[in-house]
Every structure is written in C-alpha cells, then in structure tokens.
Design a protein around this ligand. Structure first.
Ligand SMILES: [Mg+2]
Length: 193
C-alpha cells in the first residue's frame, strides 16, 4: 500500500504574495472621494478616510446611491510607481473597504487584474484578510499586506500577516512596528523577488 506520489511542497518558491488595500495605498483617491462628498453638500473638513462607504454615508446623512452617482473615478490616479509594481507581480490581491461598484470600475479602468479582489459587499462590514487568504490558497506567513491606515495594520495583525505601510501616502502614519516603504517598488524586495 504505497502512495503513488509523495507529498510535495505546495510551492517551490518562497516569494510572498502581495495583498493590497486600494484607496490611499495603490490609488491616490483622496480628491475623488472627498469631491463626491463636497458635491453632495458636505464640508470638506468633515470628511474622513478609510471607512466602509455605507458607514461614512450614514454618518454624514447621505445615501450610497447618491454618493456613487457623484463619485468620479477618473479623479483617482495610481501613486507613482504603483502601476510598475502591480504589473510586475504574477500573484496579487486587493482587500478594500471600497464599494464594489467603484472598486471594480477602478480596477477595470486601470486594467489591473489581481487574482482576488474583495470589497465591502463581501465582508458585510469592515474588511478582513482570512477570506482573501482562503481564496488565494495560502497561509498568513506567505503574505504581505500593504495598507495605509491603522485599520489596515489591525487587519494584518488579526490575521497573523506581515504589514507594510504605504509611506508614499503623506496621510499614512507609521507605527513603531511597521515596515515603512517609501516607494511601491520596495515591496518587491519584501516579497522575496
Ligand atoms: Mg486605504
């Protein structure tokens, strides 16, 4: 009773997989996000970032539908170096609190093709990494999560995943334990290429 084939390591490569937040990490979307709220009559100073859209709309007394109608994705551009980063990765994923409607529209517009892209609708609340890892079929130690907020940092630590801060976003605030990247292509080194 011998096995036909011995068990082989799942992957011969040690290269990790990048899971990325979208807004404020890959895309400089502050202006697009804020302008939609301003167009609906919200004071610019009242706007905060990194939330589930439905929660932020609730807080500001707006409907998600009105917000999406006012949101212009063409105002959101990739941070310098991000397009070079994502096009050089063979495996990467997006994990974002963004509304799926605008999130998928932006991936389409930018012609980015992550292997997995999960948005707020999938989680039914703030995003989490475990479902992304399950869909990728990889363990937490095979992943780097790239993000720009304290919530992103918490998502990573809750899932036992290494966190890297998108230090190219001037709004990103480093924690003493963070790996802080100053340019998107620095992620390649961290992934083990
Ligand atoms: Mg973000």
């Amino acid at each position: 009773m011998s096995e036909e084939q011995g068990s082989r390591p799942k992957s011969a490569t040690t290269r990790k997989v990048a899971v990325c937040d979208l807004d404020g990490t890959l895309i400089d979307s502050d202006a697009a996000l804020a302008n939609a709220f301003v167009a609906l009559g919200v004071d610019r100073e009242e706007i905060t970032f990194g939330h589930v859209l439905a929660d932020e709309c609730d807080r500001l007394g707006l409907s998600v539908e009105d917000y999406l109608a006012a949101y212009d994705p063409t105002q959101a551009l990739p941070f310098a170096g991000v397009t070079e980063l994502v096009t050089s990765l063979d495996r990467w994923a997006v994990c974002s609190n963004k509304h799926p409607h605008s999130g998928r529209a932006e991936l389409e517009r930018l012609q980015w093709h992550p292997e997995v892209a999960l948005f707020a609708d999938f989680f039914g609340g703030p995003k989490q990494l475990p479902p992304v890892l399950r869909l990728l079929g990889i363990a937490p130690d095979q992943v780097i999560f790239l993000g720009d907020t304290a919530h992103d940092r918490r998502c990573a630590s809750d899932a036992g995943v290494t966190f890297a801060l998108a230090g190219w976003n001037p709004r990103a605030t480093a924690h003493s334990s963070d790996i802080v990247l100053s340019h998107p292509l620095e992620l390649l080194e961290l992934l083990g290429e």
